[in-house]
Design a binder for this molecule. Structure first.
Ligand code: ZN
Length: 390
């Protein structure tokens, strides 16, 4: 079992950005040498840096007005079908320059770092043309260069059918498979490709075509599926060897079974369920009990989950998914890292992994969940360097 937290009295020795040892402090002090910088955590909880494996951190504009509409009774998909929702963010994102996208996302990344997140997956998907999708992915690369957050970029050109393709959906799928995917893969700007497979988004046949083209272009696969309606996306993702299937609020028993017999990670996004005012949460317990790998992510996005950070949703996530604190911590560290193909490098406190660490001003893991709200980390360390300190 990988280390989830540091034992009391233990210390971590980092060298060249990597964990060189985890042992009682006195033992490591001898190995460290006099010139070693120290951070005394004063008995606080030390965990691996949090890994947010599903975010839409880059976008233009705000959808605060839609939140009010939803509170007044409008459904998320109604707003989308009326030209709002993702379509509104696409208009605002296209209107923003690459510099503006980087500047607005920078503030969000600073929140993530101050809340203990050290790696985040970041999706495109608000451009929906080749040039605009490339612009978003370049912005993601710049964020990773300019800030200490590790970014895993995902191409989500199949996020929505643009209104001008509504009567010729096949043409948009052809644009994705024939132009966008080759351009993105050729530019080396994405590691994963993703599709929103659901009612009102992409159907199963369209999803298969996009995922197959992405896989052929050398991209690894993720999938949004079973958020509103189960179309068979989960089973398809497992069949294609996808790294993750995300949402799963309405996953079927067959989907649970398929995930349990695979290495595809079930990424649950309970912040979205809360923010949309739904009571139908992904079946975390049946998934875990069946043997599926379960991760939890923030799904930060401008419409359905405008949450400050993964840390901020840990408590409602544990409460509604009925996951124990230790299981939840696993879900937002090592399992999330596994879903991003980085379990050998991040997600636990073990020699040889990156010295990415979060320190919280609580005494133990139970208190981390008991003490809820948008609580900042006491310190965040990336590659052995303190990047945030309260
Ligand atoms: Zn999403």
């Amino acid at each position: 079992m990988a280390e989830k937290t540091l034992a009391r009295g233990d210390a971590i020795l980092a060298r060249d950005g990597v964990i060189a040892g985890v042992a009682p402090r006195a033992d490591l002090e001898k190995r460290a040498g006099a010139e070693c910088e120290t951070l005394d955590c004063g008995g606080r909880l030390v965990t691996p840096g949090l890994v947010d494996c599903h975010t839409h951190l880059i976008y233009g504009g705000s959808r605060a007005d839609e939140y009010e509409m939803r509170l007044a009774g409008a459904a998320y998909m109604e707003i989308f079908e009326a030209g709002g929702g993702i379509h509104a963010t696409v208009r605002d994102t296209r209107a923003a320059s690459e510099d503006e996208l980087v500047a607005s996302a920078r503030g969000r990344v600073e929140v993530l770092l101050s809340h203990g997140t050290t790696t985040a997956e970041v999706k495109s998907g608000y451009g929906l043309t080749t040039q605009e999708e490339l612009k978003m992915l370049r912005a993601a690369a710049r964020l990773a260069e300019e800030l200490p957050l590790a970014v895993v970029p995902t191409f989500l050109g199949a996020h929505a059918i643009p209104p001008d393709y509504a009567d010729r959906r096949g043409d948009f799928v052809a644009l994705l498979t024939g132009e966008m995917i080759p351009a993105v893969a050729g530019a080396g700007l994405a590691e994963y490709a993703d599709v929103f497979c659901d009612r009102g988004a992409f159907d199963l046949g369209e999803t298969r075509a996009v995922l197959a083209a992405a896989r052929d272009a050398g991209l690894k696969l993720r999938l949004h599926a079973d958020e509103f309606e189960a179309l068979g996306g989960t089973e398809l993702a497992v069949e294609l060897g996808a790294a993750s299937v995300d949402h799963l609020a309405v996953v079927t028993d067959a989907g649970v079974k398929a995930l349990a017999s695979s290495d595809t990670v079930a990424v649950l996004l309970p912040g979205t369920t809360v923010f949309l005012g739904s009571s139908r949460f992904a079946p975390a317990r049946p998934l875990i009990d069946a043997g599926a790998l379960v991760a939890v992510a923030s799904d930060h996005n401008p419409g359905s989950c405008h949450v400050a950070s993964l840390r901020a949703i840990l408590t409602p996530a544990a409460t509604y998914l009925k996951m124990k604190p230790a299981e939840m911590l696993h879900a937002v560290t090592v399992n999330a890292a596994y879903s991003l193909g980085r379990a050998d490098r991040i997600g636990s406190l073990e020699p040889g992994k990156a010295a990415d660490v979060a320190v919280f001003d609580v005494g133990d893991v139970n208190e981390l969940f008991y003490d809820w709200g948008p609580t900042r980390a006491w310190a965040t360390v990336v590659g052995g360097v303190v990047v945030h300190r309260d």
